[in-house]
Design a protein around this ligand. Structure first.
Ligand code: MG
Length: 394
């Protein structure tokens, strides 16, 4: 397999750290050429730079860039270039020494970098689903216009679907089944959603992930965003995308074809396996973390229908996906604000979908023809969510 020269966006986050672990384990097939981090965890960023010695690094602001420069050892600081600000993410995504871009940023921030990476013909690994949710049409267009560009999801469900769908056209699909662990609350029918504290919602039963996505898993918004992500990637109509709660999280998703045959993908629950698939595709290389399923220990695989009345975020996501336009961008933006407010204990768990729904209702949607239109909708929804919060929830 040719060496993958990597630009990593979101180096200190959960995806970033797990990617670095793979690079550490296989330096002969992967290398870190460039990376970006906000700089909130400067110590971790310094360690990454010293260990992997990328050529180019991006950090959020000029003051953070100064701090970073001071914190680096004298030998390293002369070898690397430090750039800063949101626009510098595009330089990381288009870095000429990299052929692979991993999008591991949180939320909407990765959209511009995603388009930049595709427009520069990179293997673009979407570990960050929001760009596909907000701007599926622009991403598909960029992919079509750039022959060298490859788009690979790095979301466990979509990596499953990517494998099951190999060689098949959308019209051969009867149903896509996206599985969900259900998060910590799906099975407690008497639980009062008003009483849930952030610390409870941050306890995910199976996957180790960042805070935003862990809360999204507890509300099932993560699954809702994944429904839209699946549509964006595979162009299967929404009425053929089903969600199943599967507490064991071993079947990562399934495809039912029109002839009644079903293909499922199973594997150990570790993001590094998902990232390794995306990095190696279409090759299959030895499992770098040596994790395999032990079939003797698997005695059940259960599947349940989600309760859309209790988990309103999933319902809202189907709604936004079907009406498309700029609604999906608003959904992502409003959800980011709502989750942040919940984490700060400013709104209740039950108010997350309420706030998002109100933002969607107030939105005058447009055709998402350009990045600017999508970014405007995103900004509008963030502002609207804060306004509604101040009016109704304080
Ligand atoms: Mg997922």
């Amino acid at each position: 397999m040719p060496k993958r020269k990597i630009s990593l966006l979101g180096a200190t986050g959960s995806i970033g750290q797990q990617t670095l672990d793979l690079i550490r384990k296989a330096p002969s097939i992967y290398s870190l050429e460039a990376c970006a981090a906000a700089g909130n965890n400067l110590e971790a960023f310094v360690q990454i730079i010293e260990e992997f010695q990328p050529k180019l690094v991006s950090i959020a602001s000029a003051s953070k860039a100064d701090e970073l420069y001071k914190a680096l050892g004298s030998q390293i600081k002369n070898k690397i270039q430090i750039i800063h600000g949101q626009a510098s993410l595009k330089d990381i995504a288009s870095f000429p020494f990299s052929d692979t871009v991993i999008l591991g940023l949180v939320g909407a921030l990765g959209l511009e970098s995603a388009l930049t990476a595709l427009n520069h013909g990179k293997r673009t690994i979407f570990a960050n689903k929001e760009p596909l949710v907000m701007a599926g049409n622009l991403i598909r267009e960029a992919l079509k216009n750039n022959e060298k560009a490859i788009l690979i999801p790095a979301d466990s469900e979509h990596v499953a679907l990517h494998q099951c769908l190999q060689g098949q056209k959308p019209d051969k699909v009867n149903n896509l089944y996206l599985t969900a662990s259900g998060g910590p609350f799906w099975n407690d029918k008497t639980l009062d959603f008003d009483s849930i504290k952030p610390s409870q919602a941050l306890k995910h039963p199976t996957w180790q992930m960042g805070n935003k996505i862990t809360i999204d898993s507890a509300t099932l918004m993560n699954k809702g965003l994944e429904v839209i992500e699946a549509y964006s990637l595979f162009e299967i109509p929404y009425d053929k995308i089903q969600v199943l709660i599967h507490p064991q999280s071993l079947v990562h998703s399934m495809v039912e074809f029109i002839d009644g045959h079903v293909l499922a993908q199973l594997g150990a629950n570790d993001m590094r396996l998902v990232l390794q698939y995306a990095l190696d595709y279409p090759n299959r290389e030895p499992n770098l973390i040596n994790k395999f399923l032990n079939w003797k220990e698997i005695n059940k695989l259960e599947f349940f229908e989600p309760d859309l009345e209790r988990f309103k975020c999933l319902k809202l996501a189907y709604w936004a996906g079907k009406y498309a336009q700029t609604y999906t961008a608003c959904l992502v933006a409003a959800d980011e604000i709502a989750v942040e407010l919940f984490l700060q204990e400013k709104i209740k768990f039950s108010q997350i979908p309420d706030l998002i729904e109100e933002v969607l209702r107030k939105h005058s949607a447009q055709e998402p023809k350009t990045l600017e239109i999508i970014q405007k909708a995103d900004q509008w929804a963030r502002k609207q969510a804060m306004t509604l919060y101040k009016e109704k929830y304080i």
